[in-house]
Design a protein around this ligand. Structure first.
Ligand SMILES: [Zn+2]
Length: 124
């Protein structure tokens, strides 16, 4: 494995996100690049930021604020979005990024009167 600083790409919700300036180790046989472990989290965060900016997604703090403003338990939101409570935790803690499709539903909850009642009824 050769160490170098270069482009690295990952896939987030089916989309390629490419970053430059990432310390990687590259396999000399097949060219596969692996991110250097101690830097992985920082560059994953950068990849989330790129995906978030590309789709103009809510930030983790905006997501937490929305849930509190609507007095929604994590369990309730998880059920409405058909995801796990752990996923909600990861989105709110910035350890992963929610998809553009999920963001559309969250924006409806934020902006559209009746959307929350609809989702509650649908998932009761
Ligand atoms: Zn290889």
């Amino acid at each position: 494995m050769r160490a170098l600083v270069g482009d690295w790409s990952t896939v987030i919700h089916g989309e390629a996100v490419k970053l430059g300036g990432v310390p990687v180790r590259q396999c000399e046989a097949c060219g596969e690049r692996r991110i250097v472990a101690r830097d992985a989290m920082r560059h994953e965060q950068r990849a989330f930021d790129v995906y978030r900016a590309r789709h103009e997604l809510m930030t983790p703090s905006q997501l937490r604020a929305l849930r509190r403003r609507r007095a929604l338990a994590r369990e309730d939101l998880a059920r409405m979005l058909d995801v796990t409570v752990e996923q909600i935790d990861r989105w709110e803690g910035g350890r992963y990024v929610h998809s553009a499709a999920i963001d559309t539903v969250l924006c409806m909850v934020r902006d559209l009167p009746g959307a929350l009642a609809y989702l509650r009824e649908r998932t009761d």
